[in-house]
Design a protein around this ligand. Structure first.
Ligand code: FE
Length: 283
């Protein structure tokens, strides 16, 4: 067992996006955490922080994964998909060649909390047709371990003792993503297998933990070194950690607003396609 150590600890920065939604940018494209491009956390009980939502906007070249913890949003896209995002639910959207969508709050008060991740696509998949999965909370399996409960949104997680691994509803693809919501009881310890060679990030969003020998508090992101496992322990109170893993693509990344491609020319093409109404379809 080669346990991952912590290479770097960062804190998100406050920003706003969409129509003016206040959020914390935990991962930015500039950090170069291939294949993770961006991770936003939104968490507010002030309606004015989220009511503006994310009106219609385009994407090309990557995947967006929205994980709702509290609140209710409605997703609609140009293909006619409509999806309700409720607490514990996930929307996994593969923009591919292009999608135009909106994500709007369906509440005027109360807490709105969750995450949006941008996961890059390989060059060969950037212009694939858009695809989209709306996952109900019940479709996301949970693995019960001593002192811990792990929801598996993507990838597979093996329990101790040789039981069959739990597979999340999303799997495979070029980046083979692992997306785990790990809830730990106070003092609980956990070892999670992670494929060697994959990029792994851990973000503490409740409580405090020790990870790879380092103390991490709420709001801190650990960038982990390579290894085939990570060791997590909650401190004196319960803790909750988002654990993300994926195979790096090792391709050039050119990011401009809602488009993430491999070359500047492909970005110019995306802008031209969007302006001429051809983002989402050939011709
Ligand atoms: Fe979007």
């Amino acid at each position: 067992m080669n346990t991952r150590t912590v290479l770097d600890v960062t804190r998100g920065r406050p920003t706003s996006d969409g129509g003016g939604v206040r959020l914390t940018r935990v991962v930015s494209p500039e950090q170069g955490l291939d294949p993770f491009l961006l991770l936003d956390e939104f968490d507010s009980s002030e309606a004015s922080d989220y009511l503006a939502g994310f009106p219609a906007h385009p994407h090309r070249g990557f995947e967006t994964v929205t994980y709702m913890l509290d609140g209710h949003m409605l997703h609609e896209d140009h293909l006619g998909h409509r999806g309700d995002l409720k607490p514990g639910g996930v929307q996994w959207m593969t923009a591919g060649r292009g999608i135009i969508h909106s994500e709007m709050p369906q509440q005027v008060e109360g807490r709105m909390r969750g995450f949006q991740l941008w996961l890059n696509l390989p060059a060969a998949r950037k212009m694939a047709p858009a695809a989209y999965r709306d996952l109900d909370p019940a479709e996301i399996p949970a693995l019960a371990l001593p002192g811990a409960r792990v929801r598996v949104v993507a990838g597979r997680l093996a329990a101790d003792g040789g039981a069959a691994p739990v597979a999340g509803p999303v799997g495979g693809g070029a980046t083979e993503p692992l997306y785990l919501d790990v809830a730990l009881e106070a003092g609980a310890q956990l070892q999670l297998p992670t494929p060697a060679g994959h990029r792994v990030l851990a973000y503490v969003f409740e409580g405090a933990v020790r990870l790879g020998g380092r103390a991490l508090g709420k709001g801190e992101l650990a960038v982990l070194g390579d290894g085939d496992a990570l060791e997590l322990a909650a401190q004196a109170s319960p803790a909750r950690v988002l654990v993300l893993g994926a195979r790096p693509l090792r391709e050039p990344v050119v990011h401009y607003g809602p488009f993430v491609m491999n070359t500047v020319e492909e970005i110019h093409q995306a802008i031209r396609d969007y302006q001429s109404g051809h983002l989402t379809a050939a011709g």
